[in-house]
Design a protein around this ligand. Sequence first.
Ligand code: SF4
Length: 303
Amino acid sequence: MSGPAGGEPAVPAAVVVRGILRWWAGARQERDRLPWRRTRDPWEVLVAETMLAQTQVGRVGSRYEELLDRFPTPAALACSPVGDVVRAWSGLGYNRRAVLLHSAACALVERHQGVVPRELHELLALPGVGPYTARAVQAIAFGARVGVVDTNVGRVLARAVAGRALRAREAQRLADGLVPDGSARDWAVALMDFGALVCRARRPGCAGCPLGTACAWRCAGAGGADPAIGSSAVTRPQGRFAGSDREGRGRLVRAACAGPVGGDELARAAGWPEDPGRALAVARALVADAVLVETPDGSFALP
Ligand code: SF4
């Protein structure tokens, strides 16, 4: 299926925006119960978006509030040991994000007097803050008129708006152009929710979709390849968690939360008693990510 060039919408943008906002007016009550939806505090938004970037909503849940209770400000997090942040993060996966959040908090204290800035270049200069997180903070905390492109939004842009896979710049330009006047925050979360709940990666809800034939892909017959596959910001489905290195990493970090893991305990702690070489490689990868440190006696511990 081909689509328009230059990131121009294949269907009138206003029709898509109206349809999604109308759907969201009915869906938002449930979503507004999520704890991170009740705040516009820039630090709380930054923490939420960092957590949600690679972890499902259900798994973040109460962990978000627990983390903010412990580290209510960038200064509170910056002056805590990295190990405490990793411990608070354990179980959410991709523990390197905890290390980067600690680095970001330190940078906020050093460069911005402990305050989250609102300018894009300042946000992007923070460790671990990419284009999505930076713009999410701008739109949700500061109401800036910027498009926020996560995997859910990337999918909607490709399918509903362009009808084809998009390059990064096209997707961002398209997203920026869709933001309605005066409701940047609502639009950002409405579009993300629409992608997460209706225009899902697998089995999109086309039959009951409020966009109907205003969706470029559906309008063109929806018979061709999914335009979202390979489109900018759209993540590929992850491989099986069970048996993966990710599972072993998570187990090692959990074990290290209880105390240093000796070299001879690694394989069992990682869940691979028959494969100490794999456990050591995964532990060393965690050291390279600064999630763990290797002590002089060969143990692995939180930093
Ligand atoms: S019609 Fe289907 S593909 Fe198009 S926006 Fe709706 S759910 Fe997504």
